[in-house]
Design a protein around this ligand. Structure first.
Ligand code: HEM
Length: 308
């Protein structure tokens, strides 16, 4: 227990920011048609690891995204080392999972290039990054909560509702990638599309958004009525805010013919949605004493101790 948890907390936040950042830069690669800016992998060209002048701005953009992997990797390694020094097994395992996500993503990114941006692989590449965003949120919560046994701070019924929101949220994220695979932003003029009907899949995407939104509104009302602890109310309000903003961006991009600035904003919203649905479910379990206070009705105390 030598490293200060504060350092680990800072690194866990850095992991979250780095993974959201790479979702955005990966999106910029696709949206600027730079997906094959470096036409091969792991080298940029058959002869060189770095792009040359002929590859133009697309080469620079794609190579820039490859370089960012090293930033994410550096943060992941430092996080793992800090977790190791801190000595909490669950944190170490989680930091390891986050760290292993980096080489996994490097390989999936490579397969993306080698399959000429197959839309199903591009989708997988994004979904793994979103899963890493989720893992970073879990790490932050666990560092904040400290060691020891945990228990539920809200009623089991509410926990089921939050898990339903989580499942609907991942459904929205997954179907969103299918909509993208059917749309115009392939990442390269010659890249294949998945051949599905963009209108029908956008409709399915939005149906799931409404399901998630409805469940989230129900959760916010319930938490308010039940005077639930702030640690659970806060992520629910944040999620509702993200969903509403993301919904506006989603409709705007759909009706405006998918301008790249809005699609990039929608990607940022997707990463924030992944973070918020995870924050909600991980907030429902707290250190045992916080949970006991919450259940016995000492909401003020529970709220204070969970404000960390
Ligand atoms: C909380 C709400 C929402 C979330 C979390 C979400 C998430 C996503 C995700 C993850 C993608 C895939 C991005 C990619 O593969 O690069 C996507 C694509 C898309 N979403 Fe949403 N979305 C939401 C709401 C909406 C709404 C309300 C609409 C309205 C029509 C919409 C329309 C689209 C369209 C058209 C695409 C394809 C963009 C493209 O072709 O590049 N989304 N969404």
């Amino acid at each position: 227990m030598t490293a200060r948890p504060r350092a680990l907390l800072v690194l866990a936040w850095a992991s979250l920011v780095a993974n959201i950042g790479i979702v955005l830069t990966g999106g910029i690669v696709r949206l600027t048609g730079s997906g094959l800016g470096c036409p091969t992998w792991p080298r940029c060209t058959d002869e060189s690891f770095v792009p040359h002048g002929e590859l133009g701005v697309h080469g620079v953009i794609e190579f820039g995204n490859r370089l960012l992997t090293f930033v994410v990797a550096a943060v992941a390694i430092l996080t793992f080392l800090a977790a190791w020094r801190h000595g909490r097994r669950e944190l170490l395992l989680l930091a390891l999972v986050i760290g292993l996500g980096v080489p996994a993503q490097a390989v999936i990114g490579g397969i993306t290039v080698l399959t000429d941006l197959n839309p199903w692989i591009v989708a997988l590449h994004l979904l793994v990054s979103l899963a890493m965003v989720s893992a970073a949120v879990l790490l932050i919560r666990w560092v904040l909560d400290g060691p020891g046994p945990r228990a539920g701070v809200v009623h089991r019924g509410f926990r089921a509702l939050a898990w339903a929101i989580f499942a609907a949220g991942w459904g929205v994220l997954y179907i969103g990638t299918i909509v993208t695979g059917s749309g115009p932003h392939a990442g390269d003029a010659d890249a294949p599309r998945n051949g599905l009907d963009p209108r029908a899949w956008s409709q399915f995407h939005v149906d799931l958004v409404f399901l998630m939104l409805g469940l989230t509104i129900a959760a916010v009302i319930l938490l308010h009525v039940l005077h639930a602890p702030a640690r659970v109310r806060r992520p629910a309000y944040a999620l509702l805010g993200v969903e509403l903003a993301q919904g506006v961006v989603g409709f705007a991009q759909y009706y405006l013919g998918l301008p790249i600035a809005l699609v990039a904003l929608h990607l940022l919203g997707a990463a924030l949605t992944a973070a918020a649905i995870t924050w909600l479910v991980v907030a429902m379990r707290a250190p045992a004493e916080v949970a006991t206070q919450a259940k016995s009705g000492s909401m003020a105390t529970a709220t204070n101790s969970s404000d960390r």
